[in-house]
Design a protein around this ligand. Structure first.
Ligand SMILES: [Fe+2]
Length: 253
């Protein structure tokens, strides 16, 4: 399996504290059946800045340690980027970059709202040939209250990634149900761990895929797994028509 969103790099953000924890996380990933992981430390979120050069240095170091310890896991470089007005310029300067140098860029919204400049900045990204992937929209308060807002952004060409722990129930029943409904109505294109540590937020990818398989069917699992592979190969992602209104209609009746 491939995991496109994780905080496994040591000491760069609120993820793994040191190399020891990085190695423990890597072992846990392999035990679940993960062979490739994109490291996506926070960038420009007001607390952490992780320019790409620093990320790439850390990824090289971690891959070297994993190889020394015979842990069969490949780490690829990425960032989880908070939307900010200088992002297009920083992309030109290569301070900010996409996931594994693909066309896909992982964007984090603040937890309460959808930033006002989202439409404008996403438009600029598209002009640059990039595809924004919205990290864990189910944990954004404005989207959770009105998922049609996410649907509208997706219809303009963005993709979205739901977090395994949301599907697995770590953040409560309502986020779990919302996440599953989003998957069902095609508002989700990737399932990923956003793993931060070994204590309460490890991977849970196998469990999340099992949950999706049991509720929505194995075809849906294969769709997410294929999309993760396509992302790291920088290939087109197949997008199904999102249909949140249909769900609302059925609920109403
Ligand atoms: Fe994250």
């Amino acid at each position: 399996m491939i995991d496109i969103h994780s905080h496994i790099l040591p000491g760069v953000d609120d993820g793994a504290e040191d190399m020891e924890e990085t190695v423990l996380m890597a072992q846990a990933a392999v035990e679940e059946g993960i062979h490739t992981l994109i490291a996506t430390p926070h960038h420009a979120n007001g607390k952490y800045d992780n320019p790409m050069e620093k990320v790439e240095r850390s990824v090289r170091e971690v891959n070297r340690v994993l190889e020394q310890q015979n842990i069969p896991l490949t780490i690829l470089p990425g960032q989880e980027i908070r939307l900010y007005s200088d992002l297009p310029e920083d992309l030109h300067q290569q301070v900010a970059r996409t996931l594994h140098s693909s066309r896909y860029i992982l964007i984090e919204f603040p937890s309460r709202e959808i930033p006002k400049q989202t439409d404008e900045l996403f438009h600029e990204l598209r002009v640059m040939g990039l595809v924004p992937v919205i990290a864990h929209p189910e944990r954004n308060m404005e989207i959770a209250q009105d998922p049609m807002k996410l649907q509208r952004i997706i219809q303009q060409g963005a993709l979205s990634q739901v977090t395994t722990h949301s599907l697995n129930g770590l953040f409560g029943k309502s986020i779990q149900k919302l996440s599953l409904d989003m998957c069902k109505q095609h508002l989700v294109h990737f399932v990923s761990s956003d793993a931060h540590n070994m204590s309460h937020r490890a991977f849970g990818l196998r469990q999340a895929y099992a949950f999706i398989g049991n509720t929505l069917g194995d075809q849906q699992v294969r769709y997410y797994q294929a999309n993760a592979a396509r992302l790291i190969a920088n290939e087109d992602i197949s997008v199904l028509q999102p249909d949140w209104r249909k769900r609302a209609w059925w609920r109403f009746w």
